[in-house]
Design a protein around this ligand. Structure first.
Ligand code: ZN
Ligand code: MN
Ligand code: MN
Length: 282
């Protein structure tokens, strides 16, 4: 059985997310461990952390990932922003560790005119600093492929491979494919041939063993547009055929798949989108 779910709100406390995901029938979920528009938050109290871990253990949710704050830029040109980003990443890793969350997913960073090579070097340095400040942690650092808007790095498989190459503790690195992002970045997945080409390139450049999560989003923007706009499954430029290629790929059957598509408070859209994904399995 494939692990499927969506991003879930932690409003009312992190443990509430487990209850929400369980009610929606998810087997995988993604959360922010704090307000995603803040640099720092008060520490998670031990009672709430324990409640989260216990509820999770007794639930049908078999995979949890945390998405970092959007403010973090691990290769920020501004020195203060870089310093804050590095401290914030360490804080996020700590929160994951307390909650027993195995992966912290984050975007590599935007170089802001410093150039791609330099940006990649700074990102790797940021990750190395974070790892040395969180020695022996179980949580892994997960790099998400991006659409490449503005000066955002991570829109080429090579960027991710180069960052991992410069990270000392490679065992702590994992990768997330966001379907809308890679499509906007120019990697086609719509036909079996295009999908095969993209996946074998991923395997050659990064390695499929590093792929630990898929963000399942259709794209409001065209192939190669470098614009990051998520759409409901089958309603965007990727279309159902693209998602069928993924859902039926045996190599990644055990990789959890999580929606980040538009939704209201009740998340009925998520239920619909998951139904669509499941219907594609042959
Ligand atoms: Zn993301
Ligand atoms: Mn994503
Ligand atoms: Mn996005």
């Amino acid at each position: 059985m494939q692990l499927l779910g969506a991003h879930v709100s932690i409003s009312g406390g992190v443990s509430k997310a487990v209850e929400r995901a369980e009610k929606l029938g998810f087997t995988a979920m993604q959360i922010f461990t704090k307000n995603n528009n803040r640099w720092f938050s008060k520490p998670i109290d031990e009672t709430e952390a324990e409640r989260f871990r216990l509820l999770l253990k007794n639930s049908q949710i078999k995979f949890v990932v945390s998405h970092s704050s959007y403010l973090i830029n691990l290769c920020a040109k501004n020195h203060d922003t870089l310093k804050k980003s590095r401290a914030s990443l360490i804080d996020e890793l700590n929160r994951c560790e307390i909650l027993n969350i195995p992966y912290l997913n984050f975007h590599p960073g935007a170089h802001g005119g410093q150039g791609e090579k330099e940006g990649i070097k700074i990102i790797a340095e940021s990750i190395n600093i974070a790892h040395s400040e969180t020695k022996n942690f179980q949580v892994k650092s997960m790099l998400e492929l991006t659409a490449g808007q503005g000066t955002n790095l991570g829109y080429r498989f090579e960027h991710i491979a180069e960052i991992i190459d410069l990270v000392k503790d490679k065992n702590r690195m994992a990768v997330c494919i966001d379907t809308a992002h890679i499509f906007a970045a120019g990697y086609d997945i719509r036909t079996p041939e295009a999908y095969e080409k993209t996946m074998s390139e991923f395997d050659k450049v990064i390695g499929l063993d590093k792929l630990k999560l898929l963000h399942m989003n259709d794209s409001k923007k065209e192939l190669g547009s470098r614009k990051d706009r998520h759409e409901h499954i089958g309603k965007g430029f990727i279309g159902l055929d693209g998602f069928s290629n993924i859902m039926n790929d045996k190599r990644i059957r055990n990789v959890p798949k999580i929606l980040e598509t538009p939704k209201g408070k009740e998340q009925t859209e998520d239920i619909e989108n998951l139904k669509t994904l499941k219907s594609l399995i042959k």
